[in-house]
Design a protein. Structure first.
Length: 256
């Protein structure tokens, strides 16, 4: 038996979350390369919160165990790359969305998705960095890949008080970049646009859409609003009619 957070969908399409005691036989069927992991640490990510509360279309099928990352020890393995006792970590791969995730005492999944715990890190340290830190590092590596250097000017980090943003600030500062921190990005938009000599501003839908668009229009620059998996509440009720605005969407469904 093991404990897990289990998400079920009710008849009226609401999400119900329960802490349950599950028999180990309830874990997904063991595939050819399946690895069973005793989970010791996980993190509570924004995506996990959306899944548990049902506030976003994160879960692809029910029932579901949420948790998009975890660290733990291999208990059983059909994958030659892992043996019982190995320390491993996981993030991504649709885990916690399409496949049972890490907010449980045990998980069983494809060995291709596991990474040996890096030398010099403990399991709690790995999860303290977590998916947020991993994402921040990918962002910094992308800047480096496209040739952005400290001498090129400031780097604006939005959401600097959050998980990804705070790690990004630390990484960039350590690498010698000057960092502009924006907890509420609309307050830094005008300064950033002027500093970078912007010709157009792209605003992505989110809870701060309206103040972002208002701040963008105040600069006098053309503004494009990216409707990305938009929910009605993110539009503050209606789309803003303005000749300086252009709207585009990531799918026909969102556009409609």
């Amino acid at each position: 038996m093991h404990k897990a957070i289990l998400l079920q969908q009710t008849d009226d399409k609401k999400t119900r979350a329960e802490l349950v005691d599950q028999d180990d036989s309830a874990l997904p069927d063991a595939a050819a390369h399946a690895v069973t992991v005793d989970v010791s640490w996980s993190t509570l990510n924004f995506k996990d919160a959306l899944a548990i509360t049902g506030q976003g279309p994160v879960v692809r099928k029910f029932p579901m165990v949420p948790g998009i990352d975890f660290a733990g020890t291999v208990a059983e393995s059909r994958d030659a790359r892992f043996k019982p006792g190995d320390s491993v970590i996981l993030n991504g791969w649709g885990v916690g969305e399409s496949y049972w995730g890490g907010l449980a005492q045990q998980a069983r999944l494809n060995g291709d998705w596991l990474i040996p715990l890096p030398a010099g890190l403990t399991a709690p340290q790995a999860m303290a960095i977590g998916t947020a830190g991993y994402t921040a590092m990918l962002c910094v590596m992308a800047l480096e890949r496209y040739g952005v250097q400290p001498k090129d000017g400031e780097v604006l980090v939005t959401g600097a008080a959050g998980g990804v943003g705070s790690v990004a600030v630390a990484l960039l500062s350590q690498l010698g970049y000057r960092v502009m921190r924006a907890r509420h990005p609309e307050t830094a938009l005008a300064e950033a646009a002027a500093s970078w000599h912007a010709e157009v501003i792209v605003v992505q839908t989110g809870t701060s859409l309206l103040p972002m668009v208002i701040s963008s229009l105040a600069t006098g620059l053309p503004t494009a609003v990216y409707l990305h998996n938009v929910e009605t509440h993110q539009l503050a009720g209606t789309l803003i009619p303005d000749p300086s605005l252009r709207y585009f969407a990531n799918s026909d469904f969102t556009a409609q």
